[in-house]
Design a protein around this ligand. Structure first.
Ligand code: NAP
Ligand code: G4F
Length: 343
């Protein structure tokens, strides 16, 4: 029988990518999105799937709204991808972040318990749980030490998801996902800020990209691979927790170099720490500079995951390496910049 999936955060990077994947598998896909003055469905539009999704007004802060949507949709699977997902913003809005990213998940689980405990539930956990990492690479057994209000809120969500599995026998799974990117990434995140920035610079629409900590290291994968891993988790006989990561780490500085190369901008670094600049060797113009306003009150220096469990149990493999991912993102942003429609 045709399955129904409810995806929260349908307007986000992962929500739109997952919707495309599930539609391809024959699912009825229902997308839960926040009401706003002008709902932004540009990602689903760009993927050509907006007409194929049933949309529902949905707010993680409103319990009765969640219950009503579950009753209407009658989902077999719920993928909770909605969140205040920007780590830097969580330092300015810690209470709101906790309400959405922590309590929002408790509301969803309570709604499942009330409406239909047979629903399979996916929670978007995160490598941010590891924060000040206690071992390298991080595995499902590595001790958590979150370093931001976002990470702390997601830690509650992670544990309450496990608790509903243990206490109420609900099929819940958490994907502890390391950073994953695509041309659909939001402009605030460092990768897309860089690829969109170089695309605009190469077309004369922007002068310079201002960044924070260039030495932070991340395990960046491709979002398309990661949403496939989410689906695989919910097809298992039991709920569980899985790391999805590439196992390969690069610095923000290296990401900048790869993106400059993909945009055909020859880059030369000068200076150190907050005085670092990147110059276009041809024109001599400064195209990258450090602005300490983008430093975080508490940083995560290194995240690198070991996806062995997902590989063995789910048959999951990351397929895209960083240089190809950067190329894909820069090319997409160059096309958009030419049409002046970067968003
Ligand atoms: P994203 O692009 O920022 O999308 C977040 C989505 O959540 C948006 O659709 C947003 O709607 C929605 N949302 C925010 N607050 C909401 C609320 N109160 N009620 C209902 N919807 C709300 O994030 P993403 O990169 O796709 O990530 C998806 C999930 O995975 C998030 O939970 C994130 O924390 C987690 N995660 C992401 C990564 C990564 O590298 N991408 C890694 C680990 C975990 P609007 O469009 O209205 O803002
Ligand atoms: O791109 P970011 O903002 O991603 P961050 O903080 O790693 O969080 C992302 O990945 C998490 C999983 O590991 C998700 F849970 C979370 O929702 C989100 O998707 O920053 C990456 C690194 C940081 O160390 C940051 O300090 O880049 C550094 N950075 C340097 N300059 C910058 C900038 N980050 C941003 N956003 N903007 C800068 O100008």
């Amino acid at each position: 029988m045709r399955k129904t999936a409810l995806i929260t955060g349908i307007t986000g990077q992962d929500g739109s990518d997952l919707a495309k994947l599930l539609l391809g598998k024959g699912y009825r896909v229902c997308g839960a999105h926040r009401r706003s003055a002008s709902t932004n469905l540009w990602r689903c539009d760009e993927l050509g799937i907006t007409q194929d999704i049933e949309l529902f007004d949905f707010e993680l802060l409103e319990f009765s709204n969640i219950v009503a949507v579950f009753q209407q949709v009658k989902p077999d699977e719920v993928y909770n991808l909605a969140a205040q997902s920007f780590v830097a913003a969580s330092f300015d809005q810690p209470l709101y972040t906790a309400e959405v990213d922590a309590m929002g998940v408790a509301r969803l689980l309570e709604a499942i318990r009330l409406v239909n405990p047979k629903i399979h539930f996916y929670q978007a956990s995160t490598a941010e749980l590891f924060g000040k990492v206690q071992s390298v690479p991080q595995t499902e057994d590595t001790v958590f030490w979150p370093r931001s209000p976002y990470g702390v809120a997601k830690l509650y969500a992670h544990w309450i998801t496990r608790n509903y599995r243990e206490a109420f026998d609900i099929h819940t799974s958490s994907g502890i996902l390391f950073n994953h990117e695509s041309p659909m990434r939001g402009l605030d995140f460092v990768t897309r800020k860089i690829t969109a920035g170089f695309a605009r610079i190469s077309l004369g629409q922007q002068d310079c990209i201002e960044l924070g900590n260039l030495d932070a290291q991340r395990d960046w994968g491709f979002a398309g691979d990661f949403v496939d891993g989410m689906w695989r988790m919910l097809q298992q006989p039991e709920g569980d927790e899985y790391i999805l990561a590439t196992g390969v780490v690069h610095s923000v500085r290296r990401f900048v170099e790869l993106a400059a190369e993909a945009a055909a901008i020859p880059l030369a670094w000068e200076g150190e720490a907050e005085h670092t600049i990147g110059r276009d060797r041809r024109s001599g113009k400064v195209v990258v500079k450090v602005n300490p306003k983008f430093y975080r009150p508490a940083e995560i220096d290194l995240l690198v995951g070991d996806p062995a469990k997902a590989r063995t149990r789910l048959g999951w493999e990351p397929t895209v390496q960083l240089p190809a991912l950067v190329q894909m993102m820069v090319e997409a942003d160059l096309r958009r910049a030419k049409d002046k429609r970067i968003q």
